[in-house]
Design a protein around this ligand. Structure first.
Ligand code: AMP
Length: 284
């Protein structure tokens, strides 16, 4: 496994791999790796000849009041973990490698980015879309792996891949959870032990939504209410949003019919903001 810091070197290796007709699988991350990331890596390992993982805490996707400075960083531990899973290259650039001096070009995905996380975190998806574009341009992967925990991010990346003509297939991997149901996240490290245990209420609420749907409930606002009431029953939880939207365009739905519906939530526990979701009517 080679750790690469320079964008030029990453690009030249990527060119060589293409010449050799190797299938390149790419897993973009912000590090502080956990089982969720590793599941993406394992999937990439199975589907590709060469696996490249990027570790880059992307400043442009954090708002000024967010946790960019205190976001957990441990490249040594991350690299040791990735070596175990037979990753070929780790791309871990400095900020100035990605955002060159005088940088002024951003990628903005219209429509999809205005709701949910986009509404709560202005500028977030502009940062995500911009960095993913730079990374895709450098690595030119055949396959790129993303987690469905960040459902809106998946929608944004699929759209930009199509619109900008990247020849990259986006592979979506199901959410990996802790034993009690909390979705794994690098930010879980900020939770106290008590908060971490109590935060599993989020998953229980989403499971209640699935159950209600299975039992015939088709009214989106009733589903949302079930989720809200369950989460609100936990005194440490503060709901940012509960949304029941189309899984295609993230527009609100009233009646749930045949198409896939995303039930997405953002909830604060203390200073930590957690997101999670389930899909109703999942088409295989
Ligand atoms: P991050 O390092 O948080 O930017 O995440 C990097 C990638 O890992 C993204 O595609 C995430 O959606 C994915 N990911 C994060 N947490 C999980 C999880 N619990 N299960 C599956 N994928 C995840």
């Amino acid at each position: 496994m080679e750790i690469i810091n320079r964008k030029q070197r990453m690009a030249s290796i990527a060119r060589k791999l293409r010449r050799e007709s190797k299938t390149v699988g790419f897993v973009p991350t912000m590090g502080a790796l956990h089982e969720g990331h590793i599941t993406l890596v394992k999937e990439a390992r199975q589907m590709s000849d060469i696996v490249i993982v990027s570790i880059f805490v992307n400043p442009t996707q954090f708002a000024p009041n967010e946790d960019f400075d205190r976001y957990p960083r441990d490249l040594t531990a991350d690299a040791a973990m990735l070596a175990e899973y037979e990753v070929d290259y780790v791309f871990a650039p400095e900020t100035s490698e990605i955002y060159v001096p005088g940088f002024s070009t951003y990628v903005y995905v219209d429509g999809l980015t205005e709701t949910l996380e986009g509404a709560s975190r202005p500028g977030h998806f502009r940062g995500v879309a911009t960095v993913v574009t730079i990374l895709f341009n450098t690595v030119r992967p055949d396959l790129a792996f993303f987690g469905s925990k960040d459902a809106q991010q998946v929608g944004v990346i699929k759209r930009l891949t199509r619109d900008l003509g990247f020849e990259t297939e986006i592979v979506v991997v199901p959410t990996v959870r802790e034993e009690l149901g909390l979705a794994m996240s690098s930010r879980n490290a900020y939770l106290s032990e008590e908060e971490r245990a109590k935060a599993s209420i989020i998953y229980h609420a989403l499971r209640d939504a699935k159950l209600a749907f299975k039992n015939g409930e088709r009214n989106a606002s009733t589903i949302a209410q079930i989720v809200e009431e369950k989460i609100a029953s936990e005194p440490l939880a503060r709901i940012d949003y509960v949304a029941v939207v189309s899984n295609d365009d993230l527009e609100p739905v009233e009646k749930i019919e045949d198409s896939e519906v995303l039930v997405a939530v953002a909830v604060r526990f203390g200073k930590v903001r957690l997101i999670d979701n389930v899909v109703l009517n999942r088409k295989q």
